[in-house]
Design a protein around this ligand. Structure first.
Ligand SMILES: Nc1ncnc2c1ncn2[C@@H]1O[C@H](COP(=O)(O)OP(=O)(O)OP(=O)(O)O)[C@@H](O)[C@H]1O
Length: 305
């Protein structure tokens, strides 16, 4: 696997405040990497550092074979989504993209710029001045800008924040299409469901370091958070029944609540689900339904200190 980003012990201080305290990370070509962390964790600082917008304090990093001292070389392979405040607001959307495209050596035809605008959901707004765009529309043109020049590495800082659900799905699909073209995508988002859907791997930034790293599935499995299951039985299982079952099976089954014929429980592992259902059937309870509620990245995030 070709490494496209390699970071060793990267730190960044603002005055005496150390925001990044030693980031180690490798991202491979063709990966969609989701970077998450609470407000102020340092995600933007990280992106600004590796894209050469601000200087690192210490550590080393390489973007596609170019060491950080040669950041100008690596800028050529990166497409970075700018902040909405950096748009030339007096320009019309399509003219702005063509202008920025020229600066980044973009070779697409005039017609393809219209297609690009459509891809990010700006059809019909090509000739409108950016200053008349809504916040979401400005966000979309920033995403389009990150794709100019056919970069190998696309870096998107909160691309879908402030977008309506339909637009967010469009951007998610765009990310996946770019991946199919062989691009590497690094993105941040506070929408953990979205990160779960698009990312091959996820890194959780906390206290200046990457506290958790892995595929969404690995992280969810490692979290140690119990698995929530809902069972529909006759008779409906009550708290006392669950306590008895738990004792009999010698395992932790936590009663959460019972509503009508449904009982919500938590168990520790997949094996527990199998043992529990077997025991229920053997004890003569009519088991009509057993539904496992998927663990979410939100659980992982909330359990990352
Ligand atoms: N130019 C700066 N000078 C001093 N402190 C800064 C500067 N830029 C950011 N910070 C501080 O660094 C920390 C990390 O900020 P950063 O914007 O990187 O976080 P973030 O994870 O992107 O947050 P959010 O999710 O809210 O966008 C914050 O405490 C912030 O106040």
């Amino acid at each position: 696997m070709t490494e496209i980003i390699k970071i060793n012990q990267l730190t960044k201080r603002y005055g005496t405040t150390e925001v990044l305290k030693g980031i180690n990370l490798t991202i491979h070509q063709g990966e969609v990497f989701g970077f998450v962390g609470h407000n102020g964790a340092g995600k933007s600082t990280f992106i600004h550092t590796i894209t050469g917008i601000i200087h690192k304090s210490s550590g080393i990093f390489k973007i596609k074979d170019a060491p950080d001292e040669q950041i100008d070389k690596s800028k050529k392979v990166m497409g970075v989504m700018p902040d909405v405040s950096n748009l030339y607001e007096h320009m019309r959307g399509i003219h702005f993209l063509r202008y920025m495209g020229k600066l980044s050596g973009d070779r697409r035809s005039k017609r393809d710029y219209t297609i690009l605008m459509k891809e990010v959901g700006l059809e019909g707004a090509e000739k409108k001045k950016i200053k008349t765009y809504s916040f979401g529309m400005k966000k979309k043109i920033c995403i389009a800008q990150a794709l100019l020049g056919n970069p190998d590495l696309i870096i998107l800082d909160e691309p879908t924040s402030g977008l309506d659900p339909e637009s967010a799905i469009k951007i998610r699909n765009l990310v996946m299409r770019q991946q199919k073209l062989g691009k590497t995508i690094l993105l941040t988002s506070h929408n953990l469901d979205e990160i779960d859907k698009v990312s091959d791997r996820v890194g959780i930034l906390s206290d200046g370091v990457i506290k958790k790293l892995g595929t969404p599935r690995q992280l969810k499995e490692e979290t140690g958070v119990g698995i929530s299951i809902s069972v529909r039985t006759k008779p409906t299982l009550r708290k006392d029944d669950i306590q008895m079952l738990s004792k009999k099976l010698d395992m932790d089954v936590t009663f959460v609540e019972s509503k009508k014929e449904y009982t919500l429980l938590q168990v520790a592992s997949d094996e527990d689900i199998s043992l529990l259902s077997k025991e229920l059937i053997e004890s003569g309870v009519q088991l009509y339904e057993l539904k496992v509620e998927e663990r979410s990245l939100e659980d992982v995030f909330m359990n990352t200190k």
